[in-house]
Design a protein around this ligand. Sequence first.
Ligand code: SAH
Ligand code: SF4
Length: 355
Amino acid sequence: MNSIYDYSLDELKGLLKPSFRAKQVYNWLYKKYVSNYDEMKNLPKELIDDLKSNYEINILEIVKKEKSSDGSIKYLFRLNDNHTIEAVLLLMKKKIVNEDGSIEKGEKYTVCISTQVGCKVGCSFCLTAKGGFVRNLTVGEIINQIVQIKRDNDIAENKSLNIVFMGMGEPLDNYDNFVKSVKIFSELDGLAISRRRQTVSTSGISTKIEKLGNEDLGIQLAISLHAVDDDLRTELIPMNKAYNIKSIIDAVKKFPVDTRKKVMFEYLVIKDKNDDIASAKKLLQLLDGIKAKVNLIYFNPYPGTSYQRPQRDDMIKFQEYLISKGLLCTIRESKGLDISAACGQLKEKESNGSS
Ligand code: SAH
Ligand code: SF4
């Protein structure tokens, strides 16, 4: 059975009679986060019965939550076929309350969501890759991660929230479901998360980056570059053989970027592999002519890997070099380093029974 979360508003209008019911259903799902059709108080009984027998509403179950000291929460969800995926609620800024109780600044949320169970790309540094590829997530399973997290944290419907497609899986390998999810997320009668607030992270399937650019969805792009020469990049991301660095840079140059925004280049820093200033110099050259910002990520070791976490000093030198040349560069704060930082790691702990 399909899920009610699989459908765009237009599709639901075509499925439900009379069509204005679709908006009401959307309201219950995406503004009130109800998880049971019986709670949809303004719908007639026949429609509720019809919905119950035709559209699954419970498709993800929270099986585990880990809260980090900085307020981030990592979720492990079970799908109806018992596979598990992760999503993380990141608290980017905390709420500041004045002495009189008024709110000086609201909290800022970003949610990192998954698009596949496992991943085909097989990066050598990534835990998600170790279990191989299982299947694509459905549109509903992608959408429902956000709904569940908003519900679980009582995040008001009008509270702005950013989405990063940076969890488990390669979003562009689940292209159609990913694109449809972006559209459903931005539906004004639904979650109303504007496309500018949605970022897709890709390991660099150049042809799909071009395809995505042609759709002009208005979303932000993040490229997992991780290396500046093809030999190392192929070691890290085997698919680089087919889609090498140049092909990625060419695709990015064609990508329509919001005038106020930049393309983000993620650079996973591994000790003695890519943490030297020579790499920083090459990176600078590669990004010449692109409105780019760089996000340096500490490699997060896990049992069995031979890669090592870089020294903090080397990270800072790398960052300072790029900044001194005028390139925007941040170091990804290991939000939730005390939980299992990189995606794939909570799931791993669960299946080892080690937590
Ligand atoms: N498949 C897409 C989407 C995100 S992958 C992509 O590769 O861009 C999940 C994220 O976790 C990526 O940002 C990746 O760089 C990061 N990651 C994977 N393994 C990691 C590790 N061991 N330490 C730190 N970050 C890791
Ligand atoms: Fe897949 Fe991204 Fe992990 Fe690479 S880093 S294996 S593309 S999830």
